[in-house]
Design a protein around this ligand. Structure first.
Ligand code: ZN
Length: 269
């Protein structure tokens, strides 16, 4: 699933082709993608709205319109791209939004879990999200942690704690900080909290700079259809049985709350 660095990369890649353009309407082949609106309501609602800016909140791409917002959650396999309207549609393209320059914003989604939300207020969708990990200072991170006692891995996956992290960057930041995924928040020392904060910042910043992680064919691509480069930098995620890059101990995998965690039993305590 695309996480913060991948969603950020896609949002940046959509700015040039979309900012300043006006939507002309939409064709929706899989109505659940835009529910609760009907395809007709959605198309009438988006028509005539102009794109002011494009950003990200958690794992949502946020397209700010002259009135209201269009939010996109890619979930597992969603992809966005802008293409000329005479270019053939790729299979699994369920939603097509027309643009005033003869191009289209196309949403393709093999698994069909992705969603588009056309809303008047951003908070309709984002009110339950925690802060952006790259926008908080250490003191704010400490305050967030002070109210928590859960396992570190579960906290990172909880979008109400911090918005935008998923399995990959949760595992990578815990490795970077030398913290075991099963540790609980209330056992961390001040030094460990600071190290974890720094690791989250460092891992996410580096992953954005390398335009995200593409694990295999059919995985994430950016708005231009290009794969990311961060997969070569992964220290533990998806490396079960391979030597730790720091100490050569085989990386272990552990299932926690239904999600797998990858960690080095030597480096992470
Ligand atoms: Zn190690």
């Amino acid at each position: 699933m695309p996480e913060l660095p991948e969603v950020e990369t896609i949002a940046r890649g959509l700015q040039v082709p979309l900012v300043g353009r006006t939507f002309t309407g939409a064709t929706v082949a899989w109505p659940r993608t835009i529910a609760p609106q009907s395809p007709d309501e959605f198309s009438r609602g988006i028509a005539g709205r102009r794109v002011r800016s494009i950003g990200r909140r958690g794992k949502y791409i946020v397209i700010t319109l002259d009135q209201g917002y269009l939010l996109v959650h890619l979930m597992m396999t969603g992809r966005l791209k802008v293409a000329p309207s005479d270019q053939p549609l790729e299979r699994y393209t369920h939603t097509v939004l027309g643009l005033d320059n003869g191009c289209q914003l196309r949403f393709r989604d093999v698994r069909k879990f992705g969603r588009l939300y056309l809303v008047e207020e951003l908070s309709t969708i984002t009110s339950k999200l925690g802060p952006e990990p790259l926008a908080i200072q250490l003191e704010e991170f400490e305050e967030l942690l002070a109210r928590r006692s859960g396992r570190l891995k579960s906290l990172l996956l909880n979008q109400g704690f911090l918005a935008g992290m998923g399995n990959i960057y949760a595992d990578e930041s815990l490795f970077q900080a030398g913290l075991h995924p099963q540790r609980t928040a209330d056992t961390l020392t001040a030094v460990e909290r600071e190290r974890w904060y720094g690791a989250i910042q460092a891992v996410l910043t580096r992953a954005i700079r390398m335009r995200g992680t593409t694990l295999r064919d059919g995985g994430y691509v950016d708005a231009q259809g290009e794969a990311g480069d961060f997969q070569s930098q992964l220290a533990v995620y998806g490396r079960t049985g391979e030597p730790c890059r720091r100490c050569a101990t085989p990386v272990q995998r552990l299932v926690l709350g239904g999600r797998s965690s990858h960690f080095c039993p030597q480096c992470q305590t």
